[in-house]
Design a protein. Structure first.
Length: 458
């Protein structure tokens, strides 16, 4: 049996470890101990020859430890592994203890992750060899790799959560009731535009972060949750760093300890400023729509009511005009009444048209129409207005040319009259308004052009 070096880095060749001589060598307790250690234990002299090896070498390298005595470490490790370990061997022979990790190949392609310790054996200041305990750390390495994978997975999950909170503008928070300390996620700092390197404000000191009424609502919601244990959802108007305001949807719930006592509150804050603004605009639009509809219905009713007395006035005036005994002065009055009544009736009809259009009740009656005749009538109507404005009204519609179309005569006349009215009104002295119509396929194109200022490209 070889001699076992002691951990004091000194090999005492003159001392044999005490044992009862009645024990057979195969039952030497020291030998039994080192052979049942899972780590490899060996002693190599300064010539790199083995002087002792335990039974673990049989499992690791598939060699008989007794036959390993006198064998070079170079032969045991092989050229490649020896080259990797050579720097550590040279260092231990200089008296420097070495500790390093190495993947050690074994029988059947088994690869063990090992932790090797080279301990110099110094006698009278000289290194005469070194002790080598090698421990299998494969399970530790496997656990370490699994832990790294788990940590990486958690880091990816945290990163994904942070990104989701950033994109969704939703932050999370936790408040410790006893210490009045708060923890915020990164998204909370983004929402309130605060420095993430500084601790978040305490809940009891957050009044300057909210509009006064909203802070009262928040305080009431928190107090109710602390008393009843029920969660809350409340919309709050908060103050931005630039002086503006925004809105969040705040949610909170309680956290209890093992005794059932509420020790924390936790929750989320969802940025809803855009949604809130859109809702306010929708309400304003709905209110305006209702008001406009009421106005339109009122105009429609009033217009209908006006037609009855107007028809009476016009009818009476027409009957009086049939009397041949009235004088010229009275007839002029009757004509004034008739013309004014007709004008008033036209205005009422226009109001009814507008009201019907706003209510979506416009009805189109399509009938065959001679567009050229409608255009000539409109040109005759607007000719006096054009002369007053010193604007030339030019027609490019040949006399006797008939342009047959399908349309609503009343609506079509309204469109043409509006085009001519605007072309004259927004023209200039010595200007021109030209009207043209031509057949294009199965349609007729109507053009009203003028020399007015028109509109800018924008």
């Amino acid at each position: 049996m070889g001699l076992l070096p002691c951990r004091c880095h000194r090999w005492d060749h003159g001392v044999i470890m005490a044992r009862e001589h009645s024990w057979p060598e195969s039952r030497d307790p020291v030998r039994l101990l080192v052979d049942h250690v899972s780590s490899m234990l060996a002693y190599w002299d300064k010539d790199l020859l083995c002087r002792f090896a335990n039974d673990a070498y049989r499992q690791w390298f598939g060699v008989d430890p007794d036959k390993l005595i006198g064998t070079s470490i170079r032969d045991l490790l092989g050229p490649a592994l020896f080259a990797l370990n050579q720097p550590y061997i040279e260092a231990v022979l200089r008296g420097e203890e070495q500790l390093f990790e190495r993947a050690v190949p074994g029988p059947g392609g088994v690869m063990r992750h090992s932790l090797a310790n080279y301990i110099p054996d110094v006698v009278n200041g000289d290194v005469v060899g070194f002790l080598v305990p090698v421990t299998d750390v494969t399970l530790l390495k496997t656990a370490e790799a699994a832990l790294r994978v788990e940590i990486a997975g958690r880091e990816r999950a945290v990163t994904a959560l942070r990104e989701a909170q950033r994109l969704g503008r939703i932050g999370s928070w936790e408040w410790d009731v006893q210490s009045d300390t708060t923890t915020w996620s990164d998204a909370m700092y983004d929402i309130f535009d605060l420095d993430p390197s500084r601790p978040p404000p305490r809940l009891t000191g957050s009044s300057q972060r909210y509009e006064a009424r909203s802070f009262v609502n928040l305080t009431a919601a928190v107090e109710k949750t602390l008393q009843t244990g029920e969660g809350y959802i409340v919309e709050l108007e908060y103050l931005k760093a630039d002086g503006g305001t925004g809105w969040i949807e705040a949610r909170g719930e309680c956290v209890r300890d093992d005794l059932g006592q509420i020790v924390k509150l936790r929750g989320t804050a969802l940025e809803i400023t855009a949604r809130r603004r859109a809702e306010e605009l929708r309400i304003q639009r709905d209110v305006a729509h209702v008001a406009n509809r009421n106005k339109t219905e009122l105009l429609s009713r009033v217009s209908h009511e006006l037609r009855t007395p107007l028809n009476g006035i016009l009818g009476g005036a027409e009957v009086l005009s049939l009397d041949r005994n009235i004088g010229d002065k009275q007839r002029r009055w009757l004509n004034l009444i008739l013309s004014s009544g007709q004008h008033m009736l036209k205005l009422v009809d226009e109001v009814l048209d507008i009201s019907a259009a706003e209510l979506g009740h416009v009805t189109i009656h399509l009938v065959p129409i001679d567009l050229s005749e409608v255009l000539r009538d409109s040109l005759l109507l607007w000719a006096p207005r054009a002369r007053e404005a010193r604007v030339d009204l030019v027609s490019h519609i040949p006399d006797g040319d008939r342009l047959a179309v399908m349309g609503d005569a009343k609506r079509l006349r309204q469109v043409i009259d509006n085009l001519l009215s605007n072309a004259i009104k927004y023209n200039h002295a010595e200007g021109e308004v030209s009207v043209a119509a031509e057949r294009i396929g199965g349609h007729v194109a109507l053009t009203v052009a003028d020399t007015g200022i028109g509109m800018s490209p924008e």
